[in-house]
Design a protein around this ligand. Sequence first.
Ligand code: RAM
Length: 355
Amino acid sequence: MRSPNARRTCVALAAAASLSAALTACGGNEDDSASGARSADPDATVKTGLTVAFLPKQRDNNLYFTNADLGAKSAVEELGSAYEDFGSSSATDIAGQNAYIKMLAQQEVDALAVSAQDPAKLCTELKSAMKQGVVVVTYDSDTNPECRDVFVSQASAEDLGRTEVQLMAEQIGNQGEIAILSASRTAENQNSWIDYMKDELKKPAYKDMKLVEIAYGDDDPDKSVQEAQRLLQKYPGLKGIISPTTIGIEAAARVVSGSATYKGKVKITGLGTPNEMRKYVEDGTVEAFELWDPAKLGELTARAAIALASGQITGDKGESFKAGGMGEYTIGEDGVINLGKPQVFDKDNIDQFDF
Ligand code: RAM
């Protein structure tokens, strides 16, 4: 954590000298990317003794984020810094996320990693945290690009959206009514994947598939079950549900698995954790679904945050950093760092994965 004294010195320097000279003297983080005063030093030493805080979209009752946070914690500690995490148990608590961001900025953490519940509504607090010198990294679910330094993306949104439609199409022979059971209405990650799903469905190969509804379970298990049941009742001919959320897909699979009417008739695919979905693959409810390793996403986010706080990268396109055993990563368009390709799970490989 940077001391308040160091911060005051920076403010005084900024008042006395040219702004860019002062910002360079202060280590660069007081800058915002618009001024262009920062420059990356790939050989800068990794700073230790930093405080890195994680703010997942949903904490405590979502295995996906539990695993992501574990990956983050071990990377932060391996690099000699202190890890903290905060967050609400609800994925629709935007006011709660804003309150945490404000609190962490007041506490002068060095870096803050956020999976955003809304792309725009955290921006005022995030921008003010960045102005105070906090490195801001989004992971899993992005904000508008100007509200963070970089976004660590689990996979390309296009890949995820298109492959989920392809997985469903294979299972229903490219024919019939399908629905999407998403997380919250404002989640940037799910919304960007759904845009690509809609685009994929425009292709001639899917002319006999019809998307009848997009429902929202808010990453709440009970609400997701209710929404899955409602979709099944409302559309008696429904052939499949794509659920691009680990909470939603588990809920939809649970409903179908326990129903003599729907089991074997309605296909479920989307994004799930192998440990939560194994029983539905084993009992034949689910043929195939996909995900990335959330712990690796957390680890890469932590390493990117520390590379930023150490001055090795500033968030500009083309900059690279070494992410420990994960290898080297390069920042792409709009400050996006891509973890890699998602993994498809089915009965033949699911036992090889434990997360
Ligand atoms: C849920 C959350 C998360 C998403 C995964 C796939 O756990 O909505 O943001 O990335 O599903």
